[in-house]
Ligand binder design. Structure first.
Ligand SMILES: Cc1cc2nc3c(=O)[nH]c(=O)nc-3n(C[C@H](O)[C@H](O)[C@H](O)COP(=O)(O)OP(=O)(O)OC[C@H]3O[C@@H](n4cnc5c(N)ncnc54)[C@H](O)[C@@H]3O)c2cc1C
Length: 496
């Protein structure tokens, strides 16, 4: 923090990507101002409190907390002084239609027992996790840590000889099947793709690095609810002198030639800027704030949105003791689930459902003796050519409740004392994400080979992007990386 720089950076949006960029830039000596349309920071890291229940409206699984720790340690502080986090056991509980229940645990001996329960050779699971770890190390060394943005960066950093190590010619599912025989284990490890809202059938095999994020670095929860992470980061921003403007929607990023010059706010105010960082996703920002022409927008089509979700929060007047903190209720036909959501782009007939019962481990989030559930099936992003009506989403909600009641949550409907539902349209309105996407850009080997948009604008020299629509993509730790890597890029582009 010794260096003071002359440039003023303005950030559009206060999602975790924007926050990470703001903190990292302030640490590099830049003067930073943030403009957020909502009345609190955090973006999708959001919460709802009602009738004694507290729900995480967005993320509920924290992984790779060391990336968050970095933001604090670079200012000589400790994450633990700002937010209390802890690991969870099991990581996930997996329920199947035939009554089989399998837990995921990072301890090899415990996981071996679960593998046997699933009819899988524990050595095969160990072999798969070793393969996953090797992929993680490879992806982490360049793509994550160096902030590589395209195939040219990849060639330069990795060299052509390393390319085969990425398992380039298989899908994620193809490689899962090469290692694992049991249909239960295949379904579970395919569903790690949920971390980036994509399809295991379409994602490249190197996305099998995802289980390592959990098995090597553990799975974490923030006491009192995940929003406490945003509160902690908010405190750090305040201490670093970052100016945060809430209820300040940016309507235009002004430009002159190949430079951006200022922001215009909804209230008519103009904010001059030397550098702009957009945490609004790339496609909506170019379309709505910069008003780019169609030929330019067409080039961005490959950065198709990841899936959206139906976010269903239920406050119950009872507990379901069979639930762990994190639970998955698997589709009877996960192939059909993936194909429906990501190829046909229709509501799946039998989705795999993610269900969080934070009240299992945190007594502060529900009244005594009660559970609070967040239920999240992945569903297609909004299609303007074939919109899904609210009535159809509500019918889909009933299908979800039917499935959960059938798979053991008896009388679930009768136990509900509070209900809150968000459709993709609500997600779009709240965060302005592209077509209601919840994880930014999809990872698809045929569309973009899992590359997201680059962090530096290809059109304006002093415009940068952070968050789920740029590399390395969606999910809390990844957007934190995007912010850190964009800040490093900005510092290098603007030497003192
Ligand atoms: C239901 C759900 C569950 C999830 N589960 C997990 C999980 O368990 N674990 C995990 O790691 N990740 C999860 N994610 C993904 C994770 O939340 C996101 O990838 C991440 O939080 C997105 O951060 P971001 O930086 O891309 O910005 P966002 O969170 O999208 O924030 C962008 C911000 O910019 C603001 N903004 C946009 N346009 C403007 C404008 N014009 N003017 C002013 N402000 C503007 C928005 O209001 C918003 O605050 C989940 C997401 C959702 C929605």
């Amino acid at each position: 923090m010794e260096v003071k720089r002359a440039e003023k950076v303005v950030i559009v949006g206060s999602g975790l990507g924007g926050i990470s960029a703001a903190i990292s830039l302030a640490q590099e000596g830049f003067q930073v101002q943030m403009y957020e349309k909502n009345d609190r920071i955090g973006g999708k890291l959001n919460f709802l409190t009602e009738k004694g229940y507290t729900f995480d409206l967005g993320p509920s699984i924290l992984t790779l907390p060391h990336l968050f720790e970095d933001l604090f340690s670079r200012s000589g502080r400790k994450l633990s002084d700002y937010v209390s986090i802890r690991t969870l056991r099991p990581h996930w509980r997996n329920f199947f239609e035939d009554g089989t229940v399998i837990d995921l645990l990072p301890e090899p001996e415990a996981m071996a027992l679960e593998a046997e329960k699933a009819g899988e050779d524990p050595a095969a699971v160990r072999g798969f996790l070793k393969y996953s770890g090797e992929l993680y190390d490879l992806v982490d060394s360049g793509y994550f840590q160096q902030g590589l943005d395209d195939s040219r960066d990849f060639r330069k950093f990795y060299g052509l000889l390393q390319f085969p190590k990425f398992d380039l010619f298989r899908s994620m599912h193809g490689s899962v099947c090469r290692h694992l025989k049991s249909p239960y284990m295949r379904n579970i490890f395919d569903f790690f793709i949920k971390y980036v809202g994509s399809s295991a059938l379409r994602a490249p095999a190197f996305m099998n690095c995802l289980p390592t994020i959990q098995f090597r670095y553990d799975l974490w929860y923030a006491d009192g609810g995940m929003y406490n992470i945003a509160r902690g980061l908010g405190r750090l921003m305040e201490e670093l002198g970052i100016e945060v403007n809430l209820r300040s929607e940016v309507t235009t990023i002004g430009s002159s030639g190949d430079r951006v010059t200022h922001l215009e706010l909804e209230n008519g105010r103009k904010v001059e800027a030397d550098i702009v960082v957009s945490n609004m996703e790339v496609i909506p920002a170019y379309r709505r704030l910069l008003n780019e022409d169609e030929p330019f927008m067409r080039k961005l089509r490959k950065f198709e949105p990841a899936c959206s979700g139906l976010v269903l929060d239920l406050g119950l007047d009872r507990k379901y003791p069979q639930l762990a903190h994190h639970n998955f209720f698997f589709s009877g036909d996960q192939h059909d689930h993936f194909t429906s959501v990501f190829q046909k782009r229709v509501l799946p007939r039998d989705p795999t459902i993610y269900l969080v019962a934070a009240s299992r481990t945190d007594p502060t989030v529900a009244p005594e003796g009660c559970d609070c559930l967040k239920i999240l099936p992945h569903i297609p992003y909004i299609r303007e050519d074939a919109p899904i009506s609210r009535a159809e989403y509500m019918e889909f909600k009933e299908l979800i409740l039917d499935k959960l009641e059938r798979m053991g949550l008896e009388d679930l409907r009768k136990s509900v004392v509070f209900e809150h539902v968000w459709t993709p349209e609500d997600i779009l309105q709240n965060y302005y994400s592209n077509k209601g996407s919840i994880y930014g850009v999809v990872s698809d080997r045929f569309r973009n080979f899992a590359f997201k948009a680059p962090k530096r604008s290809t059109r304006y020299g002093n415009l940068y992007f952070v968050g789920g629509s740029v590399n390395p993509g969606g999910g809390m730790p990844m957007v934190v990386l995007s912010g850190r890597n964009a800040a490093r890029m900005i510092s290098e582009d603007h030497p003192v």
